[in-house]
Design a protein around this ligand. Structure first.
Ligand code: NAG
Ligand code: NAG
Ligand code: NAG
Length: 332
């Protein structure tokens, strides 16, 4: 079972694979071509999906996606599945963010859901059609695993690409459908330049971050390490207001035909505080409405985990769940 594999960074979103074993990693740059229509109004909550032609503009551009391709030290013969993980809003990997600090202008202008989601698709396409590093053949299957806004991006692709999606399965973590007008106000975000002037003082105020990270953890502070939240604070990144405001796309319908699972922590302070995650049968029924064509659809509520289910003391539970769904979705 190939567990470690591919890991790339945008500024506020990254793609990487989970790893259970020690990995052999190397840096790669994947040029992707994106040709999409984006809303002229960057705060359009449906990211242009409900817009008429006159309120859209075209983005036709090429981006270099920096990444790290990792594989286990011991690769099983015939390994042909890669996991492409997309992390969420204001998260990134601290080791790889410096190279992309050069593109703030570009990010602010173009980085709406349609652009980033198309780039994610292109990366997946590349993983299936090209050799990512010498000696590694193209992968037969790509499972998309998202967290939070990263799940939103995979969801956006599933809406746009439907049955033609490049992904062989979707594992959407830390993301439930958010109807329009139910988003928390953007005032929960802090302009990055005010949050950390030394690091982000020159950024446009459209770049924001989450100053207080505790909402990403369970309310019970014994459920996670105080050092983890410190680490989180040191390594946090920025996002744009537009991406935040486009979260309502998660309430639209996707005609995606592959298997889908949504995984959420019972203590997720962004999604579960209203009691929404207590009755899993009811939650599954309401979330399934957006995925009428999915080959299979499940919702898993991980007991005790917060929004950042990978970062609290109970992380092993969700981690095992991801692995079992990757196996199931790739027919292993
Ligand atoms: C297109 O959408 C915009 C913004 O919602 C609206 O003002 C305009 O009237 C629409 N145009 C047409 C032709 O429907
Ligand atoms: C962060 O928010 C939590 C919960 O709202 C609060 O208890 C805590 O004091 C806040 N931390 C800081 C440093 O403001
Ligand atoms: C959970 O929701 C289902 C479907 O709405 C309902 O039939 C069932 O009675 C609920 N279970 C509990 C324990 O409330």
């Amino acid at each position: 079972m190939l567990l470690c594999a591919f890991w790339v960074l945008f500024h506020f979103l990254g793609f990487y694979t989970v790893s259970g074993a020690s990995c052999d990693c190397s840096s790669v740059v994947i040029p992707v071509h994106v040709d999409v229509l984006v809303p002229k109004d960057p705060t359009d909550e449906f990211a242009g999906l409900k817009s008429n032609a006159s309120s859209l503009r075209r983005v036709d551009d090429t981006y270099d996606i920096f990444g790290v391709f990792c594989r286990p030290d011991v690769v099983s013969p015939g390994a042909s599945v890669v996991q492409l993980l997309v992390h969420g809003f204001t998260y990134t990997n601290q080791y790889w963010s410096p190279p992309v600090e050069e593109f703030p202008e570009l990010l602010l202008r173009s980085f709406l859901y349609p652009t980033v989601a198309a780039a994610v698709s292109q990366v997946a396409f590349h993983l299936k059609t090209a050799s990512i590093v010498s000696g590694v053949p193209p992968f037969k299957k790509v499972i998309g695993i998202g967290h939070s806004a990263g799940s939103g991006l995979l969801n956006f692709n599933a809406i746009v690409d439907g049955p033609q999606s490049i992904f062989d399965g979707l594992i959407l973590t830390g993301s439930l459908s958010v109807p329009p007008d139910t988003l928390p106000p953007p005032s929960t975000l802090t302009p990055a330049q005010d949050d950390t002037p030394l690091r982000w003082g020159t950024l446009d105020p459209g770049y924001v971050t989450t100053s207080n990270r505790s909402m990403f953890y369970p309310a019970d502070t014994t459920a996670f390490s105080p050092r983890m939240i410190e680490f989180d604070d040191f390594t946090k990144d920025v996002g744009t207001v537009s991406i935040f405001e486009q979260t309502a796309i998660t309430s639209l319908t996707a005609q995606y035909t592959g298997p889908v699972v949504k995984i959420v922590g019972s203590e997720d302070q962004l999604f579960c505080t209203t009691g929404r995650c207590v009755n899993v049968t009811a939650l599954t029924a309401s979330e399934r409405v957006g995925w009428p064509a999915a080959r299979s659809f499940e919702v898993v509520v991980e007991q005790g985990n917060g929004h950042d289910m990978n970062l609290d003391f109970k992380a092993q539970g969700p981690f095992n769940t991801f692995v079992s769904f990757v196996n199931q979705f790739s027919g292993l």
